[in-house]
Every structure is written in C-alpha cells, then in structure tokens.
Design a binder for this molecule. Structure first.
Ligand SMILES: Nc1ncnc2c1ncn2[C@@H]1O[C@H](COP(=O)(O)OP(=O)(O)OP(=O)(O)O)[C@@H](O)[C@H]1O
Length: 267
C-alpha cells in the first residue's frame, strides 16, 4: 500500500520554480512544479527539448537551488549535493588512464568512503553487471554499453538512495539500449532504489517507469501524469513492450506530447 501523504516522501517538490539569471535576462526554466516520489518508485520525465527536465534533476541533486519553492528528500530540504543522490549522465566520464575498477574506486575516493567493505561492494556490483572479467581493462577497450554499466556501478558503489538518470541510453545502439534497460531496471529494483529517468524515448519511459510525467515548455511545467498499470509496470522493459495495453499507453503519451509540442510551436 502507498504511504499516506503526511509521511515524508523520498523526493518531494513543492511549488518549485527556477530562474536562470544572467546580467542581461532572467529565464524561467521551470514553474510551479509539484511532485511526490515515494521510496522505490521509478518515474520518468519526458517533454520537448528545453522544457526543463535536466534543470529538475539539477534541483533534486542540489546542483541548483530553486528560486522559489522547496525540494525535499526524506522530508529534509536539499541544500547542496549529497551522497544520498547519485547522478548518471549520457556521457560516462570514465578516465582512460585508470582501469575499470580504479574508475569505480575513484567515486569512493571522491566521497571519502573508500574502505575494504566499500571496495568489496563495488566489486560485487561489477560482478552483478557482468563486468568482473574486464575489471583490470582500460575503458578504451570497452563498448559503449559496457562503459555505461561501469558508470552505473561507479554511481551505485556510493550507495545512494536516489538515482537520477539523464538520458543514459541515448548514445547507445538500439539492441544495447534494450539490454541495458533490462539490466538497470532489475538492478535498481533489486537494490530498492528510487529513480528519476529523463528520456526522449516515449516507449522507454512507459517500459521503465511506474509513472510518466509529460512536461510543457516555456516555462517548464508538468502537463500530465500517466500511471503505468501492472503488469506492464512490473515486467522487465523488454517484456513490457509486448504486454496488452502497452500500445494504448504509448498513444496516450504520444497524444500528450503532441499537445505540449503544438502549444509551444512558434516559441
Ligand atoms: N545554466 C543555464 N543558464 C541559462 N539558461 C539555462 C541554463 N541551463 C539551462 N538553461 C535553459 O533552461 C531551459 C531548460 O533547460 P534544460 O536543459 O533543463 O531542458 P531539457 O528539457 O533537459 O532539454 P533537453 O531535452 O534538450 O536536454 C532551456 O531553455 C535552457 O536553454
């Protein structure tokens, strides 16, 4: 059963507005965003380019402070970056002069939590991601999909509760992307992580998410929420696409995207 709303959510955004200020202008990237994400939820954000999806992740990560409103994690206001939140990007930012395991351990060094136990946990994650055989290799020797798996291990090794995923599959070929979706989905479920995924792939958003939020632009606002029902929600992303009802959901998200795209045409 879902928690009652008086319980602090894992992530909560209350009337969040964010302006980017420069010497010449103030640009409102997102306006009046209200969002509640419970522990273990996997939500997806979709919307036209420039609608503020990455801005929202930056606010949750504590990289940006909202101009108005509050971002809370476990009921506490976010006031900067924290180890509780892991951030994974489209680019993997691996260092070619360090081995795979040293790239993963670097995350532990940066957080100041490198111990025998955390190293062992990182190696266990490399094993779960089927990367044990390449732990002494250089990133240059790995495929794009393998590199993204290393990037995920580096993020998970620091044991965040919340994972922010900003188009992590967009640079991959289609087959690799589908395999990685399944692997990441099952890993995050197994480790009971709360996840927010930004994607331009509508099918991916339904296959991976418990809920899909469609943003409108100028300024970015949540235009609609689509709840993905069981069993689509519980299936691995690859299998979810074959479930009855998946196409209907896809059309609903597609229609909502048309609405927000039409509304922003000419801007
Ligand atoms: N540091 C910044 N300074 C000024 N404007 C910014 C800054 N970062 C983003 N913006 C603007 O804020 C708006 C939202 O940007 P954001 O990157 O959050 O959108 P997005 O939905 O993630 O876009 P995309 O789908 O193309 O990645 C855009 O118009 C962008 O140009």
């Amino acid at each position: 059963m879902k928690q009652i709303s008086s319980t602090p959510a894992k992530i909560e955004l209350g009337h969040v507005t964010h302006l980017y200020l420069s010497t010449t202008r103030a640009f409102m990237a997102v306006q009046d965003i209200n969002l509640r994400v419970e522990e273990g939820d996997f939500i997806c954000l979709v919307g036209p380019s420039g609608c503020g999806k990455t801005t929202l992740l930056s606010l949750i990560a504590g990289l940006e402070k909202p101009t108005a409103g509050k971002v809370r994690i476990d009921g506490r206001e976010v006031s900067g970056t924290s180890r509780q939140v892991g951030y994974m990007l489209q680019q993997d930012y691996l260092f070619n002069w360090r081995s795979i395991e040293d790239n993963v351990f670097l995350g532990l060094d940066i957080q100041g939590i490198r111990t025998k136990e955390t190293e062992e946990y990182a190696l266990h994650l490399l094993d779960e991601m089927e990367l044990s055989d390449v732990r002494k290799s250089s990133p240059q020797q790995l495929s794009g999909g393998m590199r993204q798996r290393v990037a995920l291990v580096r993020t998970l090794a620091c044991q965040p509760d919340v994972l922010l995923l900003d188009e992590p599959f967009s640079a991959l070929d289609y087959q690799t992307k589908l395999k990685l979706e399944d692997l990441i989905f099952s890993t995050l479920r197994r480790h009971k992580k709360t996840a927010v995924l930004v994607t331009h792939d509508l099918s991916e958003s339904i296959a991976m998410g418990d809920r899909v939020y469609i943003f409108s632009r100028n300024p970015g606002r949540i235009n609609s929420e689509i709840v993905v029902p069981s069993p689509i929600r519980d299936a691995l992303p690859f299998d979810a696409r074959n479930h009855d009802g998946f196409q209907d959901l896809f059309h609903r998200v597609w229609k909502e995207m048309e609405v927000v795209s039409d509304a922003t045409k000419g801007n």
